[in-house]
Design a protein around this ligand. Structure first.
Ligand code: PHE
Length: 330
């Protein structure tokens, strides 16, 4: 009996304990054998045997149920230990988002002009011929229309090829003075390492009473703006042509890669072309019914700025959505 008591005490699992219980209390177990024997006894002997047997039985039942609780509790603890959360563990790496380099550049451009008190205007991407061309001094069959390869829906409707139609929309809705920029997407039938069919421009327009706005105002603000964007660069203005400005110019900055010495990026000229600008052509004011005013306008490609600022060699890479590229701008 002592032996069985020991084996209960040292038993390590509920399965094992159940085996011991069956060996004691099962149909063919120890106690049913003992009770069988009881039948063969009489009188005092029977009484004594029975008493002994009951004590033993109680004793083992108590031992078994005591051990059972201990084992069950142990199992529960084990289970809890296994499923517990270690609050001291480090977090799994989280992928934080970031602004796309083009939007980031756009924000930086907008920030500058908002600080200079320019308002932000918007216009539709699907434009009509009047706003995109006609009112900008680009009549039908004018050869300068070839400067912009246009996506047409039909004779009258198209995807805007520049943000300049928003100059027209703003002037038709508001009176001078005007001091606006228009950031937004534009579309051209172009696709190579520096051109994508959709890209972004920021347009600028300042209009005030006749004689109040001059080319030197334009030069001053653009020079200041380009230094805000590119740091300590030289800025020059080259005569150019746009139908909606007269005179027209293109602004260059000294090459930010070779500091003007000449390299592959600046085609060994030492200069990078960054925007178009000019004094608003009188024909544009005529088209919107403005009288006795003067103004300047400028337009720039945001992707071009982003490429230069981040040294992206192929513009198309900015629109592929490849995380390996985008992660570098986090
Ligand atoms: N709209 C011109 C372009 O897309 C840029 C520009 C805007 C030039 C305003 C002069 C004045 O090329």
């Amino acid at each position: 009996m002592k032996e069985i008591e020991n084996s209960i005490a040292s038993c390590a699992s509920l399965v094992e304990l159940e085996k011991i219980r069956v060996s004691l209390f099962g149909k063919k177990g120890y106690f049913s054998g003992q009770f069988e024997e009881l039948k063969n006894l009489e009188g005092e002997a029977k009484k004594e045997f029975a008493q002994n047997l009951n004590t033993n039985k109680e004793n083992f039942l108590a031992l078994l149920s005591g051990k059972k609780s201990v084992l069950e509790e142990g199992m529960m603890e084990e289970e809890m230990r296994k499923n517990s959360v270690d609050v001291t563990l480090f977090n799994q790496e989280q992928n934080a988002g970031a602004l796309h380099p083009v939007m980031d550049t756009m924000d930086k451009i907008i920030e500058y002009f908002v600080s200079m008190n320019f308002s932000i205007e918007e216009g539709p991407l699907v434009e009509d011929d009047f706003h995109n061309f006609e009112a900008l001094n680009l009549p039908k069959h004018h050869p300068a229309r070839d400067m912009q390869d246009t996506f047409y829906f039909n004779d009258a409707m198209l995807l805007r090829t520049h943000t300049s139609p928003v100059q027209i929309r703003t002037m038709l809705q508001q009176k001078a003075p005007i001091r606006m920029i228009c950031p937004g997407a534009v579309f051209r039938r172009d696709f190579d390492i520096t051109h994508t069919p959709m890209f972004h421009q920021v347009e600028g327009l300042v209009v005030d009473k006749s004689g109040k706005v001059s080319f030197s105002n334009l030069k001053y603000i653009l020079e200041d703006f380009l230094k805000h964007m590119f740091g300590d660069v030289k800025v020059r203005f080259r005569p150019s042509f746009f139908p909606f400005t007269e005179p027209s110019a293109e602004a260059d900055i000294s090459c930010i890669f070779c500091k003007g010495e000449g390299c592959r990026v600046c085609s060994h000229t030492g200069w990078l072309e960054v925007l178009g600008c000019g004094i608003v052509d009188p024909n544009v004011f005529k088209a919107v019914g403005y009288k006795d005013v003067s103004g300047y306008a400028f337009g720039l490609g945001v992707e071009r700025f982003a490429m230069l600022l981040h040294q992206v060699p192929d513009l198309r890479a900015l629109f592929e959505g490849d995380l390996r590229l985008l992660e570098q701008f986090r």
